[in-house]
Design a protein around this ligand. Structure first.
Ligand SMILES: [Zn+2]
Ligand SMILES: [Zn+2]
Ligand SMILES: [Zn+2]
Ligand SMILES: [Zn+2]
Length: 135
């Protein structure tokens, strides 16, 4: 039993492969025959594997990546984990001024994220409410 013969065949069309071969998923492929399991387009460069299927980066991201809790779009490269949810850094914003929180650093007031300045303003505001309420 010689498995090396099998490996000389393209994983898609099972024809033998000439000089131009692509190695992926422990198999050889004609460069145009290594396709994304989802969009069926040839994967020319980077691929992602899941459950023995290869996907192009875009399809893999759509299938498996988390979605941003701000804009509900699929997160591709940068993503921020905060408040048990995923965000684009630009979508994770201060609840008062709506500016993106620097480095994803935030301060919680009433379970809502604020940047440093707005968080102090918010806390002062809350304190005034409480003090007024107590009087
Ligand atoms: Zn082929
Ligand atoms: Zn695809
Ligand atoms: Zn977003
Ligand atoms: Zn702010």
């Amino acid at each position: 039993m010689d498995r090396s013969i099998d490996r000389r065949l393209c994983g898609q069309c099972h024809q033998s492969i000439g000089s131009e071969a692509l190695v992926a998923m422990n198999r050889l492929w004609h460069p145009d025959h290594f396709c994304c399991s989802s969009c069926k387009r040839p994967i020319k460069q980077t691929f992602q594997a899941a459950d023995n299927h290869a996907y192009c980066v875009q399809c893999f991201a759509q299938k498996y990546n988390p979605k941003c809790s701000g804009c509900m779009e699929t997160l591709v490269d940068t993503c921020l984990l905060a408040l048990d949810r995923h965000w684009h850094p630009r979508c994770f914003t201060c609840n008062t001024c709506n500016r993106p929180l620097p480095n994803g650093e935030f301060y919680l007031v009433d379970d809502k994220p604020y940047d440093l300045d707005c968080h102090w303003a918010k806390r002062l505001e809350k304190r005034e409410h409480i003090e007024r309420g107590e009087r």
